[in-house]
Design a binder for this molecule. Structure first.
Ligand code: NAP
Length: 283
């Protein structure tokens, strides 16, 4: 069985596997595929969220895989409806209960927008973050972070927070390369996590990616994932198909040349697949 050999060290010295498996409410959740990922592909990092509605299903898959808890990295996320000091703590404990775990490896604030009437987003974020910091001190969350935060949100956190996020998870793929944000995160000791590494499958037919796949004798998905990894970006491709998950894990046995890294670098089109108008409360 293949085990991943690459980790990213966070500012708290914990090491997160650079490659994880995404889960989501879009496209369904496959119990068999997650068990296969854990048992047969050596996946040790899983990304989920309360919002995806599959924390309980994931608990069943983890149990069936028989992978010991201390070998796994589990990330889940706090949805804005639960922002606030007390509600964040309750939501975290509820996520742990659904996941069947006593602690999380990483707990993320899912969005910077809070939607709390008569309160500024900044105040609500700061109050919520204080709850996450306390849960980190207590060991309920081994690491804490944010998702979809822009530079201005992180600038505010520098003033408001006791500890900067260990991770910022943001959309990152060949058509969406927010390098200024990546560099800012790195300069502040915030590890950069990239989601939608395949651009939800849209990058897989791009001629540059297809040509590189042919050149390296790999498939387009492996080229995209490899490109994220060579950029040092934590990446969490999602698939519900065991054969695709296996392919997506086989990305440590080849290296894209500097020239080919740059060819993909030139595909940036500022194309966001997930928008801040993402429905916070409905749908
Ligand atoms: N923090 C956030 O706000 C946020 C937002 C979005 C996503 N995420 C996280 O990021 C993860 C990944 O994002 P994503 O699922 O939106 O996009 P993605 O990983 O870029 O793409 C997933 C799509 O690609 C297909 N696919 C996967 N492997 C493939 C392969 N080898 N060949 C062909 N097609 C393949 C999947 O279909 P099948 O399932 O049918 O294989 C699915 O339709 C999510 O699961 C979630 O954990 C986080």
């Amino acid at each position: 069985m293949q085990h991943f050999s690459e980790d990213v060290e966070l500012s708290n010295r914990l090491k997160i596997p650079i490659l994880g498996l995404g889960t989501s409410h879009h496209g369904g959740y496959s119990h068999d595929a997650v068990v296969y990922a854990l048992r047969e592909c050596g996946v040790r990092h899983i990304d989920t969220a309360k919002r995806y509605g599959c924390e309980e299903a994931l608990s069943k898959s983890i149990t069936e895989s028989r992978v010991p808890r201390d070998e796994l990295w589990i990330t889940t996320k706090l949805w804005p409806q639960d922002y606030g000091y007390q509600s964040a703590k309750e939501a975290c404990r509820a996520s742990c209960a659904r996941l069947g775990v006593e602690y999380l490896d990483l707990y993320l604030m899912h969005w910077p927008d809070c939607g709390v009437p008569a309160r500024s987003n900044r105040d609500v974020r700061a109050e919520t973050w204080r709850a996450l910091e306390e849960m980190c001190d207590e060991g309920l969350c081994r690491s804490i972070g944010v998702s979809n935060f822009l530079i201005r949100h992180l600038e505010e956190m520098k003033e408001d927070a006791g500890v900067m996020p260990h991770v910022n998870q943001v959309e990152f793929h060949p058509f969406q390369q927010p390098w200024r944000l990546v560099e800012f995160c790195r300069s502040e000791g915030v590890a950069f996590g990239g989601y939608c590494p395949l651009a939800k499958g849209q990058a897989l037919n791009h001629p540059v990616i297809v040509e590189l796949a042919q050149k390296y004798g790999r498939n387009a998905s492996q080229v995209c994932i490899r490109w994220s990894i060579q950029n040092g970006i934590i990446t969490i491709p999602k698939s519900t198909k065991p054969d695709r998950i296996l392919e997506n894990c086989q990305v440590f046995g080849f290296t894209l040349s500097e020239e080919d890294m740059q060819s993909i670098g030139r595909l940036h089109a500022d194309k966001k697949l997930i928008h801040l108008s993402y429905p916070l409360w409905n749908g």
